[in-house]
Design a protein around this ligand. Sequence first.
Ligand SMILES: [Zn+2]
Length: 161
Amino acid sequence: MAVIVNLRHLEGRTIRLEGEVSAEELDVAGLDDLIRPEGGVRYELEVERHEEGLLVQGRLSWTLQCECARCLAPFRQELVLPEWCSLLAWAGDDPVCIRNDCVDLTPYIREDMVLALPARPLCKPECGGLQIRSTDDPGVTQQTQAGEPSAAWAMLNNLKL
Ligand SMILES: [Zn+2]
């Protein structure tokens, strides 16, 4: 379901909205190779009508099935915007679109949730990446993660020279 607010219901009071915007509604399929939404975005919002625009604030959350960008392990992550706040202005560069006295909040929710997606999902912040066994040296492992090479590898490189 799209998230629709009827402005006539907002005269002089706050409206509470609660529910879920489906993944189809958000149109996020194929957004990122490493991230697949598990269902839609859940919302608990309060909407107030102000002179400048519509003030929307509340909590957004989204369950994501991710693949670690370093070790490729699948994991699940809860993306939460606990104090999401958006002012949809009546006028200006990007005025809010009003149809039949109603405003669709779905595009605003989508935009901010997509912006909040992790650029490189990691199973844990200190994930060391894939352990790859070199076929030449079965006893030695090397990390694929970019960073400073280990002292052991530096020594091996020196020996080859
Ligand atoms: Zn990982």
